[in-house]
Design a protein around this ligand. Structure first.
Ligand code: ATP
Ligand code: MG
Ligand code: MG
Length: 301
């Protein structure tokens, strides 16, 4: 097969591993720098160009679109979809998962356990929103943050209020969430490929840090999920429409709650902790599923 990977940095562990896994299985995998693609949006002759050449003959695209290039990356992926190229994750599904508010609403619609989450536009409602979320301690987060940046823990209602006001003043969208204290600075990242959990790890934040992101100094350990946790992760992936994703969950007193679903999960932490060839599983998923014109949405919706 000829596979394209929309990515910017060929040196990233995840990207190198995907190239390796594809080549081991006899496929060609080209890294395509998302931002250097340009396209022709004509109705009858959709085209994508790269370095002066037309991109043609791809059987599948692996989108590894960074958070900072979501807008353009999704447009390029949509163009591939309209040309009938099979995307590992569809542009529409990536769009859903990138917006934490929209994801939470979709997950709630499907009855998936979530931390109590509130949202409001008008600063006049700040106090009501804090009360709805159950009062301090509360987590306040940017709708489109990643790597734990833009996630704040407020210990008192007063500090929650000033954090909210500070974000409001810069016109950033945020949501307010109950703080799951019993998770103890630890979260679970479940890697889902084709509707199955292929690996799961527990991430624990650095000393004194409530955020467990590896980018914030957290450490990873492989764990076995309970059947409920496994099913929550699979249902969350399905609810987003993502074939490959990392589902972040917290162990709350009443069971696992989903914080977010990541459409370009990093492979380094989880492959190193588990020894599982996740890149290989992603390529095998493509082998089984890539068919011309087989996208559900072709970018629609
Ligand atoms: N409601 C909460 N209760 C307790 N801890 C939380 C809560 N929300 C987030 N955290 C902690 O903060 C971390 C970062 O939060 P979240 O995953 O929402 O942010 P992110 O910036 O999108 O991270 P990622 O890099 O995984 O995309 C979580 O992994 C978790 O450890
Ligand atoms: Mg995230
Ligand atoms: Mg996260």
């Amino acid at each position: 097969m000829k596979i394209g990977m929309l990515a910017r940095n060929p040196e990233l562990y995840s990207h190198k591993r995907l190239v390796e896994a594809a080549e081991e299985r006899g496929h060609q995998l080209d890294i395509i720098n998302t931002l250097r693609c340009y396209m022709n949006i004509a109705s009858r002759r959709q085209e994508i160009y790269y370095n002066g050449e037309k991109l043609e003959g791809y059987d599948a695209i692996i989108p590894r679109i960074g958070a900072s290039v979501t807008f353009y990356g999704m447009a390029v992926l949509r163009q591939f979809e309209m040309m009938g190229v099979y995307p590992v994750n569809e542009s529409v599904a990536i769009g859903r998962s990138r917006d934490k508010l929209r994801s939470m609403q979709l997950l709630a619609r499907d009855g998936i356990g979530l931390p109590v989450t509130t949202f409001a536009h008008d600063p006049k409602q700040t106090e009501e929103v804090l009360e709805l979320a159950g009062g301090a301690p509360l987590v306040i987060k940017l709708l489109e943050g990643t790597q734990g940046l833009g996630v704040v823990l407020a210990d008192t209602d007063r500090s929650a209020k000033s954090v909210i006001e500070a974000f409001r003043a810069t016109k950033t969208n945020i949501l307010v969430q109950e703080f799951i204290k019993e998770a103890g600075g630890t979260d679970i990242r479940a890697l889902v490929v084709g509707g199955k959990v292929v690996a799961a790890m527990q991430r624990t934040g650095a000393e004194g840090e409530f955020r467990s992101n590896l980018h914030r100094g957290g450490s990873a350990k492989i764990i076995k999920l309970s059947p409920e946790e496994r099913s929550t992760a699979v249902r969350a992936a399905k609810s987003m429409g993502l074939n490959v994703c990392g589902v972040d969950m917290l162990r709350a007193n009443h069971g696992a709650v989903v914080m977010e679903v990541n459409s370009s999960p990093g492979l380094e932490g989880v492959e190193k902790a588990s020894g599982i060839d996740i890149a290989g599983k992603i390529i095998e998923f493509i082998e089984k599923n890539a068919k011309h014109g087989a996208t559900k949405t072709k970018g629609k919706g």
